[in-house]
Design a protein around this ligand. Structure first.
Ligand code: PNS
Length: 164
């Protein structure tokens, strides 16, 4: 059975992420979406549990996709799934520089771990979680940026942030 691991901080999941997860689910038998901590992102908008709940709602229509919240290093987690492939989306050259570095670090920790990249769909090249957070904080509509199922939840959290 071919297993893919799609890691990310998903703060929150966007339609760009979902596009990568959906395409990965067509190639692999099983996809594990890992909602993880990114040490360089120190003040997330949502907790890991909130982010994972939003990802679960967004991927519920894909029967071979499940969501986990591993603590610790991705390369250590991947050791639990020998032969699994980490799949990530690439939007631009700037993503490549970061991902190339991550890949080298991960390989040092877990030499068996392979990473593959899917290029982002053209219509989502501009999209990121940070853009979604920014737009949400200004109270603007999130249609076409995030899955419909989680729009309200993000808007509600953004209102709480504004009133803090
Ligand atoms: O969506 P992101 O923020 O680009 O995803 C990055 C993420 C969460 C996949 C990456 O930071 C990660 O793998 N975090 C877990 C800890 C880890 O393994 N760090 C890399 C080695 S320093």
């Amino acid at each position: 059975m071919r297993i893919a691991i799609c890691p990310g901080s998903f703060d929150p999941i966007t339609l760009g992420h979902l596009n990568i997860i959906r395409r990965t689910s067509r190639i692999f038998d099983e996809v594990i979406v890992c909602v993880m901590k990114n040490a360089s992102k120190t003040s997330p908008m949502f907790t890991v549990e909130e982010r994972a709940a939003m990802v679960r709602k967004s991927v519920s229509k894909y029967p071979n996709v499940r969501v986990e919240t591993p603590d610790g290093l991705l390369a250590e987690y991947a050791k639990n799934f020998p032969g699994a492939v980490v799949v990530k989306g690439l939007r631009a050259a700037s993503d490549f520089d970061y991902e190339f570095q991550m890949n080298l670090i991960n390989k040092k920790i877990n030499p068996e771990m392979e990473t593959m990249f899917l290029t982002s769909s053209e219509k989502y090249t501009f999209l990121s979680s940070s853009i979604v957070r920014e737009i949400a904080k200004y109270g603007s509509d999130l249609t076409g940026l995030v899955p419909d199922e989680i729009k309200e939840e993000i808007a509600k959290k953004a209102t709480e942030w504004r009133e803090r």
